[in-house]
Design a protein around this ligand. Structure first.
Ligand SMILES: Cc1cc2nc3c(=O)[nH]c(=O)nc-3n(C[C@H](O)[C@H](O)[C@H](O)COP(=O)(O)OP(=O)(O)OC[C@H]3O[C@@H](n4cnc5c(N)ncnc54)[C@H](O)[C@@H]3O)c2cc1C
Length: 423
């Protein structure tokens, strides 16, 4: 009996294919977007690269086989995500956001909803989806039990055979689509009755592209993820069929949790990829640059030790990510401990690691003469997005550890740390 971290032939092939794809296709994204001054135009400029990802099968990989997808395991997805994110964070993030937008339908949609809304994503078009969760007044208290003044303020009311949605969101990645008119599918987190707590009223409703009343009202600029779009969007009497609700009012709590459960470990892999990009630059610098001294700087103990520490932390982050992804796969996506821990661990580590790479490279790392400052701008996003690490600690992990049935060794043994109540 052993624990085997050896990748299979197929996994090595996938890793190599992703590495080759990234080197050939994604390596030019940085120079394409660099001169573009506005965030929306930067996002639109990555459409050809997204198309190439679709052509290479990365979008199909996220979708169930029942609708024509290839249903890639989370561990395999992480292997590819690390390679892609090492070279460019923007295009993989657009893909991740599409996956996040579709997760509610993948996990909780009816067979009819899956065929209607997921099947088109298995084709050859560069379709996008978005998850409209974060409110303009904040996302942290979406599950607040006090319905009166807090939580999700986007409201859907049933009018005959239709939901009528009103509200505003922001940071809805992919929320513009490729033309400002919206993504092909948007899953909108709302409340069906503002007088009821989210346990009874939180819902996720599918809004397809072209639905009247949807509007992009602005785009937030971000210091990193320069071609990841963070729009502000509004819903004014947006009408969709009553059948577009996923599950029932109140199910939104579980749907939101599971959607962010899927992204968590994938983000761990993205963090590893970005850390590797910083290491590679710092390592090459250390081996080749003398900084007007007698020998390349790797010969100095402080530089060598820092490289060792950076590399050690990257290795630890990768294998923790693999374990979390494996645990996600064996628990059917129900794990709510390791994925979130990996997201917190890898995202906060990535900031420390890239900072150390900056200290190692020295002052040039703070300029546009090296890629390291840009990598720092990218990794600073990881701890604050996807629910925010403080929120994840509080809502998911503190809550889990506070449960009387929490089992601290269950994850290590391949079991759920605490089974979650059914929807
Ligand atoms: C690049 C990028 C992409 C994103 N993509 C999406 C997307 O596709 N869809 C989407 O919906 N959102 C998206 N977001 C938003 C992101 O998911 C946010 O992390 C999330 O909405 C929560 O942010 P927050 O925790 O900072 O919440 P906020 O509500 O803004 O809270 C701010 C701070 O107050 C603290 N706080 C608030 N209330 C409490 C409390 N009760 N107890 C303790 N602390 C509290 C929080 O922990 C946090 O530190 C994206 C953001 C970025 C930057």
């Amino acid at each position: 009996m052993s624990i085997d971290f050896t990748l299979s032939e197929e996994q090595l092939g996938l890793q190599e294919a992703a590495r080759t794809f990234a080197a050939k296709t994604l390596s030019v994204v940085a120079e394409v977007i660099a001169p573009i001054p506005t965030p929306d135009q930067r996002f639109y400029a990555i459409k050809p690269f997204y198309q190439e990802m679709v052509d290479a099968g990365f979008l199909k990989a996220l979708l169930p086989t029942a609708v024509g997808g290839t249903s890639m395991a989370q561990l395999d997805f992480a292997l590819a995500a690390e390679e892609l994110s090492k070279v460019d964070i923007n295009t993989p993030t657009a893909l991740l956001a599409t996956g996040l937008g579709l997760q509610p339908i993948i996990r909780f949609g009816s067979a009819e909803q899956q065929v209607t809304f997921l099947r088109p994503f298995t084709g050859t078009e560069p379709l996008t989806a978005a998850f409209a969760f974060t409110e303009v007044t904040g996302g942290a208290n979406f599950d607040s039990a006090d319905p009166a003044a807090t939580g999700v303020q986007t409201v859907a009311t049933l009018d005959g055979g239709e939901w009528v949605i009103n509200g505003a969101k922001h940071y809805t990645t992919n929320g513009t689509g490729w033309d400002g008119l919206g993504p092909d599918v948007m899953t909108v987190v709302c409340r069906t009755d503002p007088s009821k707590p989210p346990q009874e009223s939180l819902a996720v409703i599918i809004v397809p592209r072209g639905t009247p009343g949807f509007e992009v009202t602005g785009v937030i600029d971000t210091i990193g993820h320069r071609a990841t779009i963070s729009p502000r969007i509004t819903f004014t009497d947006v009408r969709v069929p009553a059948g577009n609700i996923i599950g029932r009012p109140g199910d939104g709590m579980e749907i939101v949790r599971k959607a962010f459960n899927w992204t968590a470990s994938a983000i761990g892999a993205a963090c590893v990829g970005r850390m590797r990009a910083a290491f590679d630059y710092a390592y090459e610098f250390a081996r080749t640059d003398k900084r007007s001294g007698p020998v390349p700087v790797i010969n100095y103990q402080n530089v060598g030790y820092m490289l060792v520490d950076i590399k050690t932390r990257i290795e630890a982050a990768r294998y923790f990510t693999w374990k979390a992804c494996h645990h996600f796969d064996v628990t059917g996506g129900d794990d709510e401990e390791l994925g979130h821990m990996v997201k917190i661990f890898c995202s906060e580590l990535s900031v420390q690691v890239v900072y150390d790479a900056m200290r190692l490279v020295g002052v040039d790392s703070y300029t546009d003469m090296t890629p390291v400052a840009g990598i720092m701008q990218d990794v600073l996003c990881f701890p604050v997005y996807d629910g925010g690490n403080m929120g994840v600690r509080r809502r998911q992990l503190h809550a889990l550890l506070s449960r009387p049935d929490y089992d601290p060794v269950a994850s290590a043994q391949g079991r759920l740390a605490a089974p979650h109540p059914p929807m």
